[in-house]
Design a protein around this ligand. Structure first.
Ligand SMILES: Cc1ncc(COP(=O)(O)O)c(C=O)c1O
Ligand SMILES: [Zn+2]
Length: 385
């Protein structure tokens, strides 16, 4: 195992990885897993990856679980990167189809790694606030691991997510409020109940699972990262994870210095990152009256806001808001042009692509990757009859 320690993303304080950790004990900001990349470089060659299984555990040396411990896995990761056939035919558009993960969303990546580590480090009861898909993924991996899952979701979470969690044996509590209220309820009760808090970026390993998006992109594009990435941003874990993966890959000598321009895509009804980006702020204030049918984007306050904003600026990218009607309309366009039934969050990226091309922030022929983070089948309530 090449994990050496956990490091605070804000104050740099080091923490021991070998017992359960949430936030930095000094400043209460997220922790990152730090690896001995020199040692990884000696033991893993990029070419070796081709010979391995397709799941994200192909990057085992760059993931936190000790080598002799079996991961809790349902075959997550290794999703296709599809070249768009008709949509936006003036750019070189690629779609990373994350709906092909277990539980039909990219949340499986983060939960596979985080549940594996939580189990290894002795947790027995896992709790998460969820906009929907993270709950489904936790329910699945906790069931697979033989652990309890306690899931707190807004009452108006899509029905498919709620039913999925219950069918997978989780304890589901519906809250009259937003994901931030769900998180506050867990924080209030977790000590008394003996729950380990699996909130995104409040434990160090969901981001490790999500960073494999970045490793896969590099592998699927022969180490040539795209010019632009459009990522539907709630908590921002995938965006932060990919950026971490790019830095790790550069240290390993697998890629050069070039980075994609990273764009956060949010919903007009909940766009804290867009607003902070436009105002030049380094953190994002809570977005009032958050509402959108893209439930994964209904995150009014993200603990990793400062990390997201730094990445958008360092990469010379930006942030775009899309309204719900446009998401629903564009989802149908993607469906009929590409054969993919995308989620509203995925659709938001396609809609953002159109507006970024129209304003010339993306030039013709640039290579762009969008993420379909979940299947449209989980959002039937959003579709017109
Ligand atoms: C389908 C979907 N897309 C995007 C997101 C946002 O993901 P992140 O928290 O990594 O920004 C979520 C989060 O719930 C989601 O369920
Ligand atoms: Zn700190």
């Amino acid at each position: 195992m090449f994990l050496s320690h956990l490091e605070c993303t804000s104050c740099g304080l080091c923490h021991d990885w070998s017992h359960l950790q949430n936030l930095c004990t000094a400043c209460h900001r997220p922790l990152f897993a730090i690896y001995d990349l020199d040692a990884v470089g000696h033991s893993l060659k990029q070419e070796t990856l081709r010979t391995r299984e397709k799941s994200l555990w192909r990057y085992r040396e760059l993931l936190p679980l000790p080598a002799d411990v079996d991961p809790v896995s349902l075959g997550e990761g290794g999703t296709p990167l599809l070249r768009a056939k008709k949509f936006a035919d003036d750019v070189d558009l690629w779609i990373k189809d994350e709906s092909q993960n277990p539980t039909q969303s990219f949340k499986a990546r983060g939960m596979a790694v985080a549940v594996s580590m939580a189990k290894h480090l002795g947790a027995t009861k896992l709790a998460v606030p969820s906009a929907g898909n993270a709950g489904g993924a936790l329910a699945a991996y906790a069931a697979r691991a033989g652990l309890e899952a306690h899931i707190f979701m807004p009452r108006d979470t899509p029905r498919a997510n709620i039913i999925e969690c219950r069918e997978l044996g989780a304890h589901v509590t519906l809250i009259d409020g937003l994901i931030t209220d769900c998180g506050a309820e867990i924080a209030r009760r977790k000590t008394a109940e003996g729950w380990f808090d699996m909130s995104t970026l409040k434990e160090p390993y969901r981001v490790e699972g999500k960073k494999t998006l970045g490793y896969e992109l590099a592998e699927q594009l022969d180490s040539q990262l795209p010019d632009v990435i459009l990522y539907p941003t709630g908590g921002g874990t995938g965006l932060i994870g990919m950026w971490k993966a790019f830095d790790e890959m550069e240290a390993l000598g697998w890629i050069g210095k070039k980075r994609p321009r990273m764009f956060s895509v949010q919903a007009t009804g909940c766009a804290p990152i867009v607003r902070a980006f436009e105002n030049g702020d380094s953190t994002a204030a809570e977005f009032p009256d958050a509402h959108t049918c893209a439930s994964g984007l209904r995150v009014p306050k993200a603990i990793g806001d400062f990390l997201i904003l730094t990445i958008l600026r360092q990469s010379n990218g930006g942030a775009v808001a899309v309204d719900d009607d446009e998401m629903v309309r564009v989802a149908r366009e993607v469906g009929s042009s590409e054969g993919l039934f995308v989620s509203p969050e995925g659709s938001a990226c396609f809609a953002a692509l159109k507006s970024l091309c129209a304003t010339r922030k993306i030039a013709p022929h640039e290579r762009v990757v969008v993420f379909n983070t979940s299947s449209g089948i989980k959002y039937l309530d959003c579709c017109e009859p």
